[in-house]
Design a protein around this ligand. Sequence first.
Ligand SMILES: *Cc1c(COP(=O)(O)O)cnc(C)c1O
Length: 505
Amino acid sequence: MSDQLTAPPSRWFIEAADDELTIFERSREGRRAFIAPRLDVPERPLDELIPAELRRREGARLPEVSEPEIVRHYTRLSKRNFDLDTGFYPLGSCTMKHNPKLHERVAGLPGNADLHPLQAAGDAQGALELMWRLQHSLGEIAGLPHVSLQPSAGSHGELTGVLITRAYHEANGDRRTKVLTPDTAHGTNPATVTMAGYELVKIGTDEYGNVDIDDLRRHVDTDVACLMLTNPSTLGLFERHIEQIAKAVHDVGATLYYDGANLNAIMGICRPGDMGFDIVHFNLHKSFTQPHGGGGPGAGPIAVAAHMEPFLPRPQVVRREDGSFDLDHDRPHSIGRMRGFQGNYGVFVRSYAYIRSLGAAGLREASEVAVLNANYLLARLRREGVLEYLPAAYDRICMHEFVLSGAVMKRELGIRTLDLAKRLLDHGVHPPTVYFPLIVDEALMVEPTETETRETLDHFAAVVAEILREAATDPEIARTAPHTAPVRRLDEAGAARHPVVRQPL
Ligand SMILES: *Cc1c(COP(=O)(O)O)cnc(C)c1O
């Protein structure tokens, strides 16, 4: 008893969390949330409706609970998680911007929500038109006119793009073996390269945070199929030598791939196609307001230059000469299908609503404010003295995000970037991305996005400064944080390697 009284308040939350029963444990035989009305048509034997071999042999093991129990159970669980509708979520590289609620309204319209994926093209003209128009808008934003909406995520867009690169080289009778990525690349880039059967070659970063041009020149030859690049890079910096890089890559006949995860910094300001990129992926769940986190659904459409168009996935959404919309399967050089059906349609509706409600000028303004917010926040952190312990990895004007290094903080205050990140949760702020990019020691990558107010940014800077002050007198508090979340430090590697996803019955 006395133990409990002296324990930090967090204990209570942990025990409450451990106490949470699963929905199956709440089950009581015969309890119901809904009772179907009495049958008002003649009863027919089930065998007439569903053949016996298609029916389950024993009843589904579903929990039997009342409606209030269901509502409370899931509402309680939902409050255990940190989400964008609750607080600031400056997760670098992920663009956790506000998702306008209007988009949910539009995606939920019966014509959108009730659409069947096997509906004949003639009966789904509105949906096909929306997809066709979205393709057109994305092509315009990328500066590359030919778009496929099929890939389901950025990483899936990467795989599609690199397979298209392979098909393109093979069509030219050209066998190439290597793909280059900078050492700042997102982990999905090397994974894509390996999955597509290429050898990965890493290119270094120079002292200003740009691609090391000399290192690139050393590695770029006619064995190279492609260079995958993120611009602005994962350091939040605009690649200053992009024209030289594009030339070096094209001179050896390789393609230039644009990882579009950071498109939020440049929409409507400059276009990857104009920089010399041949293939672009978009993360509609990052730049174009599809809610994300928790694993999807997302969409990673790609846009390509004219010389790669024949290889796009099949089918393509097209407009026929008579003005009708259709799915074109007649694409002999296509790499084939990348997934079932046409992609995550609800995502397309939200992204299209976003593009149309902002318009070209609005998209540009969104990017400008995203960059302004990041630079404002960096300046604010400097003024609060935070950068003395967490210096910017490369001290330049940043784009929509910036990367700090916690190495000095670790040495002088005895807390690591992970500790700072966890302590932020106690202040109602989601941690920024940590330990990425890999080339920055104790990296902390902050992306405030355009949708946050100045007060929120000021609050974040003040909270980080407060955590550093606290660490100077008692580093143990941050080292054992979070103290107010439902759980404390998790075994993340264990959770990934041995996930328990099924309740034993
Ligand atoms: C998020 C991200 C990806 C992968 O995109 P997913 O949609 O998560 O598959 C690739 N590159 C960068 C730089 C990213 O931030």
